[in-house]
Design a protein around this ligand. Structure first.
Ligand SMILES: Cc1cc2nc3c(=O)[nH]c(=O)nc-3n(C[C@H](O)[C@H](O)[C@H](O)COP(=O)(O)OP(=O)(O)OC[C@H]3O[C@@H](n4cnc5c(N)ncnc54)[C@H](O)[C@@H]3O)c2cc1C
Length: 409
């Protein structure tokens, strides 16, 4: 209940503590130490309400994407969910929200129509176009810095089937496949969102036999087209003779399997990087750093194709109005102990360094696993405006979030 959270916020203020909200813990790496902080777990505050005639969903703070996708699909609708079924709707959306329908419909944050939250003074507020407009702007991309969100409302889109899947090749063909994929992205309509990826699948029983323990290069894509048009679009990649081709017509729930994220939480270390372009020299540098003979143990280095609606800012959008890069990279490795973590972080650093010439210098909140300065996330002007909103709604910096916005002093 929002009133229970208001009571926790009041207690924290009286005791000189801070408050951090958490749905799943997926974003815990960049949250920082929690001494003198009350962690408010919202996972039991779950619930989805779909209004099919308004094409809108209202979900409670602890809801996971899988539950919204399923409920919306019953009405022929989809939300702008992330790649994994068990990501928290609120954490993902407050940080931007880059999903499989992104090039067609934009960031999830910019489809938000209202946010309910407990503010630093314990008040229960609603932020939308007509109420608390500055707060509404800041919440759509500025993360969990402005209060504990209790519910969020957003637009759904009329999609009942998608043509999507994955093409797999041996990683030895990484240069050829990634170059063909990069060329392909230049030809695509906004109905197609895709990922080029180096993938090292561990020799675990959960991994299907033909892929278990293999080093691969893959292209994953979701096409908002009929199967015939999707097949026509895919032709240049299919001509490269993938070993496995899983493309098929699928219901919206199928989207959450394309990226092959594990069903259960896994300890990982990783980080993101925004790339202005991906010329042949960048692909070569990536392969040197993480390809077949690199010696790296990174499980996944994925490059997401941006552009389309993700690049189109409008005055109605929130602070993360668009993603100003052509591609977003995320590299990660599994971590079993501190020593392994140090090794994985070094390997992620090697990839980032190799691609530095094409790095925009910006960062995307949801892919930033280390603390980054707000100017890198939002640029100087929007970072300043965010700090002013923070100073108005949380002047004492009560709320601790995964990427902090310090209040303007
Ligand atoms: C397997 C996996 C796949 C991913 N795929 C994508 C993807 O496709 N696209 C993408 O954009 N990102 C993706 N991400 C990144 C993900 O969106 C971020 O890690 C996000 O922060 C996770 O939100 P959460 O609520 O699940 O995590 P949490 O750790 O619970 O929350 C993260 C942060 O969100 C804020 N927050 C959460 N709940 C509240 C609340 N009720 N009120 C106020 N603030 C709150 C807090 O600042 C918190 O520190 C992925 C992450 C993983 C682990």
């Amino acid at each position: 209940m929002a009133e229970d959270i208001a009571a926790v916020v009041g207690l924290a203020r009286r005791e000189g503590l801070r408050v951090a909200a958490q749905g799943t813990g997926h974003g815990a790496a960049s949250l920082g130490p929690l001494e003198d902080t009350i962690l408010v777990r919202t996972s039991r505050m779950a619930g989805v309400h779909i209004d099919p005639s308004a094409r809108r969903a209202r979900v409670r703070a602890g809801t996971l994407w899988q539950d919204v996708v399923q409920a919306a699909a019953e009405h022929g609708l989809v939300p702008l969910a992330g790649s994994a079924a068990d990501i928290g709707v609120v954490g993902y959306t407050l940080g931007g929200g880059l999903g499989w329908l992104g090039r067609r419909y934009g960031l999830a944050a910019n489809s938000v129509t209202g946010v309910e939250l407990v503010a630093a003074d314990g008040q229960i507020l609603r932020a939308d176009r007509d109420h608390e407009p500055d707060l509404f702007w800041a919440l759509r991309g500025g993360g969990g810095n402005f209060g504990v969100v209790t519910a969020i409302e957003f637009t759904l889109y009329p999609v009942d089937e998608i043509y999507g899947g994955v093409l797999f090749w041996d990683m030895e063909r990484a240069a050829e496949v990634l170059t063909a994929w990069r060329d392909w992205t230049r030809t695509l309509p906004n109905e197609v969102t895709s990922v080029g990826r180096l993938l090292r699948l561990p020799p675990l029983p959960e991994v299907p036999e033909p892929l278990r323990g293999r080093d691969l290069v893959v292209v994953e894509a979701a096409c908002l087209t009929d199967p015939a048009a999707g097949a026509r679009l895919l032709r240049p990649l299919r001509e490269l003779g993938p070993e496995i081709d899983t493309f098929a017509t699928m219901p919206p729930m199928g989207l959450q399997a394309i990226h092959m994220d594990p069903d259960t939480p896994m300890p990982f270390a990783g980080d993101g990087q925004m790339l202005a372009e991906l010329p042949p020299a960048a692909i070569e540098a990536l392969i040197q750093a993480a390809g077949p003979r690199s010696g790296t143990t990174l499980l996944s280095v994925e490059i997401r194709h941006l552009g389309g609606a993700l690049a189109r800012a409008t005055p109605e959008h929130g602070v993360l109005a668009s993603l100003e890069a052509e591609f977003a990279l995320f590299a990660l490795g599994l971590v079993t102990d501190t020593e392994v973590r140090t090794g994985v972080e070094a390997q992620v650093g090697t990839v980032r360094e190799a691609l530095r010439p094409w790095d925009t210098g910006g960062a995307y909140l949801n892919f930033a696993e280390r603390r980054v300065h707000p100017v890198r996330l939002f640029g100087p002007e929007r970072a300043r405006r965010l700090q002013a909103v923070k100073a108005r709604y949380d002047p004492d910096d009560l709320f601790q979030a995964k990427q902090p916005i310090p209040p303007e002093r």
